[in-house]
Ligand binder design. Structure first.
Ligand SMILES: *[C@@H]1O[C@H](CO)[C@@H](O)[C@H](O)[C@H]1NC(C)=O
Ligand SMILES: *[C@@H]1O[C@H](CO)[C@@H](O)[C@H](O)[C@H]1NC(C)=O
Ligand SMILES: *[C@@H]1O[C@H](CO)[C@@H](O)[C@H](O)[C@H]1NC(C)=O
Ligand SMILES: *[C@@H]1O[C@H](CO)[C@@H](O)[C@H](O)[C@H]1NC(C)=O
Length: 314
Protein backbone atom coordinates (compact mmCIF):
# COMPACT_ATOMS: atom_id res chain seq x y z
CA UNK A 1 0.00 0.00 0.00
CA UNK A 2 2.69 2.44 1.08
CA UNK A 3 4.77 1.26 -1.79
CA UNK A 4 1.92 2.06 -4.17
CA UNK A 5 1.60 5.59 -2.77
CA UNK A 6 5.34 6.03 -3.10
CA UNK A 7 5.23 4.88 -6.71
CA UNK A 8 2.33 7.24 -7.47
CA UNK A 9 4.14 10.18 -5.89
CA UNK A 10 7.25 9.30 -7.83
CA UNK A 11 5.29 9.13 -11.09
CA UNK A 12 3.79 12.54 -10.37
CA UNK A 13 7.25 14.03 -9.89
CA UNK A 14 8.50 12.41 -13.08
CA UNK A 15 5.44 13.65 -14.97
CA UNK A 16 5.89 17.17 -13.62
CA UNK A 17 9.35 17.20 -15.02
CA UNK A 18 9.66 18.16 -18.63
CA UNK A 19 12.93 18.29 -20.46
CA UNK A 20 12.97 21.65 -22.26
CA UNK A 21 16.54 20.99 -23.36
CA UNK A 22 15.28 18.89 -26.26
CA UNK A 23 13.66 22.07 -27.63
CA UNK A 24 16.88 24.03 -27.47
CA UNK A 25 16.44 25.65 -24.04
CA UNK A 26 19.23 25.58 -21.48
CA UNK A 27 19.44 23.04 -18.69
CA UNK A 28 19.15 25.98 -16.24
CA UNK A 29 15.88 27.16 -17.77
CA UNK A 30 14.51 23.64 -17.80
CA UNK A 31 15.30 23.15 -14.10
CA UNK A 32 13.86 26.53 -13.19
CA UNK A 33 10.65 25.99 -15.12
CA UNK A 34 10.05 22.54 -13.68
CA UNK A 35 10.67 23.74 -10.15
CA UNK A 36 8.52 26.86 -10.69
CA UNK A 37 5.65 24.74 -11.91
CA UNK A 38 5.97 22.54 -8.81
CA UNK A 39 5.84 25.68 -6.66
CA UNK A 40 2.70 26.85 -8.43
CA UNK A 41 1.06 23.46 -7.81
CA UNK A 42 2.16 23.51 -4.18
CA UNK A 43 0.83 27.02 -3.52
CA UNK A 44 -2.41 27.05 -5.45
CA UNK A 45 -3.50 23.41 -5.61
CA UNK A 46 -2.00 21.49 -2.69
CA UNK A 47 -2.53 24.32 -0.20
CA UNK A 48 -5.87 25.28 -1.73
CA UNK A 49 -5.11 28.99 -1.82
CA UNK A 50 -8.30 31.01 -1.91
CA UNK A 51 -8.03 34.45 -3.41
CA UNK A 52 -11.44 35.40 -2.03
CA UNK A 53 -9.97 35.31 1.46
CA UNK A 54 -7.71 38.17 2.54
CA UNK A 55 -4.62 37.37 4.65
CA UNK A 56 -5.87 39.90 7.20
CA UNK A 57 -6.04 39.36 10.93
CA UNK A 58 -9.56 40.53 11.69
CA UNK A 59 -9.52 40.10 15.53
CA UNK A 60 -6.77 42.75 15.72
CA UNK A 61 -7.51 45.10 18.67
CA UNK A 62 -8.21 48.72 17.79
CA UNK A 63 -5.25 49.47 20.00
CA UNK A 64 -2.96 47.58 17.65
CA UNK A 65 0.38 49.26 18.39
CA UNK A 66 1.37 46.72 21.05
CA UNK A 67 -0.28 43.73 19.47
CA UNK A 68 2.02 40.78 18.86
CA UNK A 69 0.44 40.11 15.48
CA UNK A 70 1.46 42.94 13.22
CA UNK A 71 -0.76 44.89 10.89
CA UNK A 72 -0.54 44.02 7.24
CA UNK A 73 1.82 46.40 5.49
CA UNK A 74 1.25 47.50 1.92
CA UNK A 75 4.05 49.40 0.22
CA UNK A 76 3.18 51.73 -2.63
CA UNK A 77 6.01 52.80 -4.87
CA UNK A 78 5.28 55.55 -7.35
CA UNK A 79 7.40 54.70 -10.37
CA UNK A 80 6.10 56.89 -13.20
CA UNK A 81 4.17 60.14 -13.52
CA UNK A 82 2.95 61.72 -16.68
CA UNK A 83 0.83 64.84 -16.61
CA UNK A 84 -1.69 65.07 -19.43
CA UNK A 85 -3.47 68.21 -18.42
CA UNK A 86 -4.47 70.49 -15.60
CA UNK A 87 -7.80 72.02 -16.40
CA UNK A 88 -7.60 75.22 -14.38
CA UNK A 89 -11.20 76.16 -14.86
CA UNK A 90 -12.66 72.82 -13.78
CA UNK A 91 -9.77 72.26 -11.34
CA UNK A 92 -9.09 68.80 -12.70
CA UNK A 93 -5.77 67.10 -12.92
CA UNK A 94 -5.26 64.33 -15.50
CA UNK A 95 -2.35 62.00 -15.08
CA UNK A 96 -1.02 58.61 -15.89
CA UNK A 97 0.59 56.91 -12.90
CA UNK A 98 2.39 53.69 -12.35
CA UNK A 99 2.33 52.36 -8.83
CA UNK A 100 4.11 49.24 -7.70
CA UNK A 101 2.26 47.70 -4.81
CA UNK A 102 3.87 45.09 -2.59
CA UNK A 103 2.58 43.15 0.37
CA UNK A 104 3.13 39.82 2.05
CA UNK A 105 0.76 36.89 1.92
CA UNK A 106 1.93 34.25 4.46
CA UNK A 107 0.03 31.58 2.53
CA UNK A 108 2.49 31.94 -0.35
CA UNK A 109 5.70 31.17 1.50
CA UNK A 110 7.85 28.25 0.36
CA UNK A 111 11.18 26.81 1.30
CA UNK A 112 13.40 27.34 -1.69
CA UNK A 113 15.65 24.45 -0.67
CA UNK A 114 12.76 22.10 -1.55
CA UNK A 115 12.44 23.53 -5.05
CA UNK A 116 15.97 23.59 -6.42
CA UNK A 117 16.72 27.03 -4.93
CA UNK A 118 13.98 28.83 -6.91
CA UNK A 119 13.33 32.07 -5.01
CA UNK A 120 10.76 33.78 -7.18
CA UNK A 121 8.08 33.10 -9.78
CA UNK A 122 5.84 35.28 -11.92
CA UNK A 123 2.19 34.42 -12.27
CA UNK A 124 -1.01 36.18 -13.34
CA UNK A 125 -2.38 38.61 -10.79
CA UNK A 126 -5.90 37.24 -11.12
CA UNK A 127 -4.83 34.18 -9.11
CA UNK A 128 -4.12 36.35 -6.06
CA UNK A 129 -5.89 38.32 -3.40
CA UNK A 130 -5.00 41.98 -4.02
CA UNK A 131 -5.44 44.89 -1.54
CA UNK A 132 -8.12 47.29 -2.75
CA UNK A 133 -6.16 50.53 -2.70
CA UNK A 134 -7.52 53.34 -4.83
CA UNK A 135 -6.80 57.00 -5.54
CA UNK A 136 -9.49 58.50 -3.41
CA UNK A 137 -10.56 61.82 -4.94
CA UNK A 138 -10.61 60.49 -8.47
CA UNK A 139 -13.50 61.23 -10.76
CA UNK A 140 -12.09 58.84 -13.31
CA UNK A 141 -9.66 56.08 -12.46
CA UNK A 142 -8.95 53.52 -15.12
CA UNK A 143 -6.47 50.76 -15.04
CA UNK A 144 -4.59 51.06 -18.29
CA UNK A 145 -4.58 47.28 -18.61
CA UNK A 146 -6.86 45.24 -16.37
CA UNK A 147 -5.36 43.73 -13.22
CA UNK A 148 -6.10 40.25 -14.55
CA UNK A 149 -3.83 40.77 -17.52
CA UNK A 150 -0.82 41.59 -15.39
CA UNK A 151 1.98 39.54 -14.01
CA UNK A 152 2.70 39.52 -10.30
CA UNK A 153 6.04 38.46 -8.92
CA UNK A 154 6.00 36.25 -5.83
CA UNK A 155 9.05 35.64 -3.65
CA UNK A 156 9.67 32.61 -1.43
CA UNK A 157 9.28 34.84 1.65
CA UNK A 158 5.67 35.46 0.59
CA UNK A 159 6.19 39.00 -0.75
CA UNK A 160 4.17 39.91 -3.81
CA UNK A 161 5.01 42.73 -6.23
CA UNK A 162 2.43 44.04 -8.65
CA UNK A 163 2.69 47.13 -10.83
CA UNK A 164 -0.48 48.82 -11.96
CA UNK A 165 -0.74 51.66 -14.44
CA UNK A 166 -3.63 54.08 -13.91
CA UNK A 167 -5.15 56.90 -15.87
CA UNK A 168 -6.64 59.21 -13.29
CA UNK A 169 -8.63 62.41 -13.30
CA UNK A 170 -8.55 63.95 -9.84
CA UNK A 171 -9.66 67.18 -8.26
CA UNK A 172 -6.88 69.69 -7.64
CA UNK A 173 -7.50 73.11 -6.16
CA UNK A 174 -5.61 75.79 -8.00
CA UNK A 175 -3.92 78.80 -6.54
CA UNK A 176 -3.70 81.36 -9.33
CA UNK A 177 -2.21 84.40 -7.64
CA UNK A 178 1.20 84.01 -9.33
CA UNK A 179 -0.20 83.27 -12.77
CA UNK A 180 1.49 82.67 -15.23
CA UNK A 181 4.55 81.98 -13.07
CA UNK A 182 2.72 79.60 -10.77
CA UNK A 183 3.46 76.21 -9.31
CA UNK A 184 0.63 73.94 -8.23
CA UNK A 185 0.50 71.12 -5.72
CA UNK A 186 -1.88 68.36 -6.65
CA UNK A 187 -2.31 65.58 -4.19
CA UNK A 188 -3.30 62.04 -5.07
CA UNK A 189 -4.58 60.52 -1.83
CA UNK A 190 -4.60 56.75 -1.62
CA UNK A 191 -7.05 54.85 0.53
CA UNK A 192 -8.07 51.32 1.12
CA UNK A 193 -11.82 51.68 1.25
CA UNK A 194 -12.86 48.43 2.87
CA UNK A 195 -10.02 48.18 5.37
CA UNK A 196 -10.04 49.24 8.99
CA UNK A 197 -6.95 51.16 10.12
CA UNK A 198 -6.01 48.38 12.51
CA UNK A 199 -5.82 45.85 9.68
CA UNK A 200 -3.66 47.47 7.11
CA UNK A 201 -0.99 50.16 6.92
CA UNK A 202 -0.03 51.94 3.73
CA UNK A 203 3.54 53.07 3.12
CA UNK A 204 3.99 55.41 0.18
CA UNK A 205 7.39 55.84 -1.45
CA UNK A 206 8.67 57.45 -4.60
CA UNK A 207 11.20 55.79 -6.87
CA UNK A 208 14.61 57.38 -6.01
CA UNK A 209 15.44 58.61 -9.53
CA UNK A 210 11.88 59.39 -10.50
CA UNK A 211 12.89 62.92 -11.65
CA UNK A 212 14.22 61.27 -14.81
CA UNK A 213 10.85 59.64 -15.41
CA UNK A 214 8.66 62.72 -15.03
CA UNK A 215 6.81 63.72 -18.12
CA UNK A 216 4.90 66.93 -18.38
CA UNK A 217 2.87 68.25 -21.26
CA UNK A 218 3.67 71.39 -23.23
CA UNK A 219 2.27 73.71 -20.58
CA UNK A 220 3.13 71.98 -17.33
CA UNK A 221 6.41 70.60 -16.13
CA UNK A 222 6.52 68.12 -13.24
CA UNK A 223 9.12 69.26 -10.74
CA UNK A 224 8.56 67.04 -7.73
CA UNK A 225 6.60 64.12 -6.39
CA UNK A 226 6.77 63.40 -2.68
CA UNK A 227 5.03 60.86 -0.47
CA UNK A 228 3.01 62.34 2.40
CA UNK A 229 1.07 60.78 5.25
CA UNK A 230 -1.55 62.63 7.19
CA UNK A 231 -4.40 61.61 9.42
CA UNK A 232 -7.95 62.83 9.21
CA UNK A 233 -10.03 62.41 12.31
CA UNK A 234 -13.52 61.40 11.48
CA UNK A 235 -15.10 58.82 13.79
CA UNK A 236 -11.74 57.16 14.28
CA UNK A 237 -8.29 58.37 13.24
CA UNK A 238 -7.87 57.42 9.62
CA UNK A 239 -4.48 57.47 8.05
CA UNK A 240 -4.39 58.81 4.54
CA UNK A 241 -1.34 58.55 2.39
CA UNK A 242 -0.84 60.63 -0.70
CA UNK A 243 1.56 61.42 -3.46
CA UNK A 244 1.97 65.16 -3.75
CA UNK A 245 2.83 66.14 -7.30
CA UNK A 246 4.23 69.65 -7.80
CA UNK A 247 3.92 71.05 -11.29
CA UNK A 248 5.21 74.31 -12.72
CA UNK A 249 3.62 76.26 -15.55
CA UNK A 250 5.72 77.06 -18.61
CA UNK A 251 5.07 80.81 -18.77
CA UNK A 252 6.42 81.39 -22.29
CA UNK A 253 3.08 81.14 -24.03
CA UNK A 254 1.52 83.80 -21.79
CA UNK A 255 4.61 85.98 -21.98
CA UNK A 256 4.53 86.00 -25.80
CA UNK A 257 0.83 86.63 -25.69
CA UNK A 258 1.28 89.66 -23.41
CA UNK A 259 4.45 91.21 -24.75
CA UNK A 260 4.46 90.00 -28.32
CA UNK A 261 0.93 89.98 -29.51
CA UNK A 262 -0.22 93.06 -27.63
CA UNK A 263 2.59 95.23 -29.02
CA UNK A 264 2.22 93.80 -32.52
CA UNK A 265 -1.52 94.42 -32.50
CA UNK A 266 -1.10 98.02 -31.31
CA UNK A 267 1.54 98.60 -34.00
CA UNK A 268 -0.85 97.28 -36.62
CA UNK A 269 -3.51 99.70 -35.47
CA UNK A 270 -0.99 102.57 -35.65
CA UNK A 271 0.11 101.48 -39.13
CA UNK A 272 -3.50 101.39 -40.25
CA UNK A 273 -4.10 104.94 -39.03
CA UNK A 274 -0.89 106.05 -40.71
CA UNK A 275 -1.90 104.53 -44.02
CA UNK A 276 -5.12 106.56 -43.97
CA UNK A 277 -3.41 109.79 -43.03
CA UNK A 278 -0.52 110.03 -45.51
CA UNK A 279 -0.57 110.34 -49.30
CA UNK A 280 0.42 107.26 -51.34
CA UNK A 281 3.64 108.64 -52.82
CA UNK A 282 6.96 106.96 -53.67
CA UNK A 283 8.83 108.14 -50.55
CA UNK A 284 8.48 106.08 -47.39
CA UNK A 285 7.68 108.42 -44.46
CA UNK A 286 9.88 108.61 -41.38
CA UNK A 287 6.98 107.51 -39.17
CA UNK A 288 6.65 104.40 -41.33
CA UNK A 289 10.31 103.54 -40.69
CA UNK A 290 9.65 104.01 -36.96
CA UNK A 291 6.77 101.53 -37.04
CA UNK A 292 8.78 98.98 -39.05
CA UNK A 293 11.70 99.25 -36.59
CA UNK A 294 9.32 98.83 -33.63
CA UNK A 295 7.75 95.72 -35.18
CA UNK A 296 11.23 94.32 -35.87
CA UNK A 297 12.38 94.91 -32.28
CA UNK A 298 9.24 93.27 -30.86
CA UNK A 299 9.67 90.29 -33.14
CA UNK A 300 13.31 89.87 -32.10
CA UNK A 301 12.26 90.11 -28.45
CA UNK A 302 9.68 87.38 -28.96
CA UNK A 303 12.19 85.07 -30.63
CA UNK A 304 15.05 85.69 -28.18
CA UNK A 305 12.86 85.35 -25.09
CA UNK A 306 12.92 81.54 -24.96
CA UNK A 307 16.71 81.54 -25.47
CA UNK A 308 17.69 84.08 -22.82
CA UNK A 309 14.68 84.12 -20.54
CA UNK A 310 14.20 80.39 -19.99
CA UNK A 311 14.44 80.68 -16.21
CA UNK A 312 12.80 84.07 -15.89
CA UNK A 313 10.45 84.16 -12.98
CA UNK A 314 8.82 86.83 -10.90
C1 LIG B 1 -3.34 50.90 24.31
O1 LIG B 1 -2.33 50.13 24.93
C2 LIG B 1 -1.45 50.85 25.78
C3 LIG B 1 -0.39 49.91 26.32
O2 LIG B 1 -0.91 48.69 26.70
C4 LIG B 1 -2.23 51.52 26.91
O3 LIG B 1 -1.34 52.30 27.69
C5 LIG B 1 -3.30 52.41 26.31
O4 LIG B 1 -4.11 52.97 27.34
C6 LIG B 1 -4.19 51.61 25.36
N1 LIG B 1 -5.14 52.51 24.71
C7 LIG B 1 -6.44 52.24 24.61
C8 LIG B 1 -7.28 53.24 23.90
O5 LIG B 1 -6.93 51.21 25.06
C1 LIG C 1 14.80 21.67 -9.54
O1 LIG C 1 16.09 22.26 -9.64
C2 LIG C 1 17.15 21.39 -9.28
C3 LIG C 1 18.45 22.17 -9.28
O2 LIG C 1 18.47 23.13 -10.29
C4 LIG C 1 17.19 20.20 -10.24
O3 LIG C 1 18.22 19.30 -9.85
C5 LIG C 1 15.84 19.48 -10.18
O4 LIG C 1 15.81 18.44 -11.15
C6 LIG C 1 14.72 20.44 -10.45
N1 LIG C 1 13.43 19.78 -10.24
C7 LIG C 1 12.64 19.44 -11.24
C8 LIG C 1 11.34 18.80 -10.86
O5 LIG C 1 12.96 19.63 -12.40
C1 LIG D 1 11.13 39.19 0.42
O1 LIG D 1 12.21 39.09 -0.50
C2 LIG D 1 12.25 40.13 -1.46
C3 LIG D 1 13.37 39.85 -2.43
O2 LIG D 1 14.54 39.47 -1.80
C4 LIG D 1 12.44 41.48 -0.74
O3 LIG D 1 12.45 42.53 -1.68
C5 LIG D 1 11.29 41.67 0.24
O4 LIG D 1 11.47 42.86 0.97
C6 LIG D 1 11.21 40.49 1.20
N1 LIG D 1 10.02 40.65 1.99
C7 LIG D 1 10.02 40.71 3.32
C8 LIG D 1 8.69 40.86 3.99
O5 LIG D 1 11.06 40.64 3.96
C1 LIG E 1 3.53 72.76 -2.26
O1 LIG E 1 3.97 71.89 -1.23
C2 LIG E 1 5.26 72.18 -0.74
C3 LIG E 1 5.66 71.10 0.23
O2 LIG E 1 4.64 70.80 1.14
C4 LIG E 1 5.25 73.58 -0.12
O3 LIG E 1 6.55 73.89 0.34
C5 LIG E 1 4.83 74.58 -1.18
O4 LIG E 1 4.73 75.85 -0.61
C6 LIG E 1 3.49 74.20 -1.78
N1 LIG E 1 3.23 75.08 -2.91
C7 LIG E 1 2.03 75.61 -3.16
C8 LIG E 1 1.92 76.46 -4.38
O5 LIG E 1 1.07 75.39 -2.45
Amino acid sequence: MFFLIFVLQFCRLILAEFDFVQYGETEEFSNYMNNASLILKELFITREYEKELAPIFVPMPVNFSNSETKRMRVDLLLSYVRVFNLDAEKQRFNTRLEIEMSWRDPRLVWDKADFGGVDSIVTTAEKLWIPDTVVSNARVLDEVSGIAAQGAQIYSNGSIFLTTAYYSETACSINANKFPFDKQNCSLPILSLSMQPQWISLWPRVLPDLENNFEGNGEWEVIAAIPVTYSITAKQPLEVVAFMITIKREPNFYVYLAIGLTSLVSMTVLLDMLADAIPKTRVFPLLGIYVVVCVAITSVACISQPISGQESEI
